[in-house]
Design a binder for this molecule. Structure first.
Ligand code: ADP
Ligand code: MG
Length: 312
């Protein structure tokens, strides 16, 4: 028994048969440890939701196995389900119930019966205490996502699965959901979330698996994935300078113009920036916006798949 862990072993999954067959996952192996925030990062159609469905036992894989807390999902569906709290990609909330009623119903689905005070405490933790007697359909987008999180933990699970918890939220609501996810982590729960936002994966996840066309193409901490690229930071500046002079500045590995923006790959950002200012002053040019961009998970995705992961 390893409570809170998920072991995915050579998992393959598909939908349909014959000419209609669609492969969704191919030979996925992942070990997710107790207490991790683990991200599944990939574009639409990559297989993220299917993977979560296999972990819940909602989709039967063609090959391979999933163990939740050491128990085989296919062989012991009820015992594995009790360890999981789930927020589906499109939560079909029962619109005509109040928030307090919804919490009670969700917990009862797992045979957990909450006292009134426990329901209130749960809603307050997701800053929904004021709305306890409102109907779910009257909530804003951000409130609905916070409610979905409250419902996901109504049965006090060891493991929480969140399918795109912040897609379609504005930046403020998104940050509130991020804080709630971090709180789940602080309580010692294992969190597995899917996202197509590299920013979200970097902000929240201790480890990330990059998934593309049903395959895991890389899995590690964001920092190690990025360091593994061996890519250098990029300095962007709005300035007109001769490229051959710029290429001789200290630290510069490559220089190019993208429209009016000078882009420099540099091994020594500070030294390069200082020298760039000096050169511009000597030639009587002014430097507009300056920005230093570190290599990120977007660059990792591009390198591993040859395509851009659109962030959004
Ligand atoms: N119910 C379904 N019937 C047929 N194909 C499906 C179904 N659900 C998903 N798929 C296909 O399986 C693949 C993986 O989908 P999905 O797991 O939903 O990806 P993601 O969640 O990463 O967007 C896609 O090619 C998708 O079109
Ligand atoms: Mg999905």
């Amino acid at each position: 028994m390893t409570p809170g862990s998920i072991e995915i072993d050579h998992l393959s999954a598909a939908y349909g048969r014959g000419a209609r067959r669609v492969t969704a996952l191919t030979d996925v192996t992942l070990d997710i440890g107790t207490g991790e925030i683990f991200g599944l990062l990939g574009p639409n159609g990559a297989g993220k939701s299917t993977l979560l469905a296999c972990v819940q036992g909602l989709h039967t894989p063609e090959r391979g196995s999933v163990r939740v807390g050491g128990l085989d999902v296919q062989r012991q569906p009820a015992a594995t389900k009790r360890q999981l709290g789930v927020q589906l990609q499109k939560t079909a909330l029962l619109d005509d119930l109040t928030l307090a009623e919804l919490i009670e119903v969700y917990a009862a689905l797992y045979e957990v019966y909450l006292a009134r005070g426990q329901v209130t405490a749960l809603l307050e933790r997701y800053t929904l205490g004021q709305q306890r007697n409102q109907l779910a359909r009257r909530l804003s987008g951000g409130q609905q996502q916070r409610l979905a999180l409250a419902l996901a933990v109504a049965n006090d699970p060891r493991i929480v699965l969140l399918d795109e918890p912040t897609s379609a939220l504005d930046p403020h609501a998104r940050r509130a959901v991020w804080d709630s996810i971090r709180a789940l982590h602080d309580e010692g729960r294992t969190v597995v979330l899917t996202t197509h936002s590299m920013e979200e994966a970097e902000a929240l996840c201790g480890r990330v698996a990059i998934i593309d066309e049903g395959r895991i193409v890389a899995a590690d901490t964001p920092a190690r994935l990025i360091a593994g690229l061996g890519a250098s930071p990029v300095l962007k500046a709005t300035v007109e300078l001769p490229l051959e002079r710029v290429r001789d500045l200290p630290g510069v590995l490559a220089a190019r113009y993208a429209g009016q923006h000078l882009e420099l790959e540099t091994a020594q950002p500070q030294a390069t920036l200082a020298a760039l200012h000096e050169l511009a002053a000597r030639l009587g040019r002014s430097i507009g916006d300056v920005l230093l961009r570190q290599p990120n998970l977007e660059d990792v995705f591009l390198k591993r798949t040859g395509r851009a992961l659109s962030d959004g």
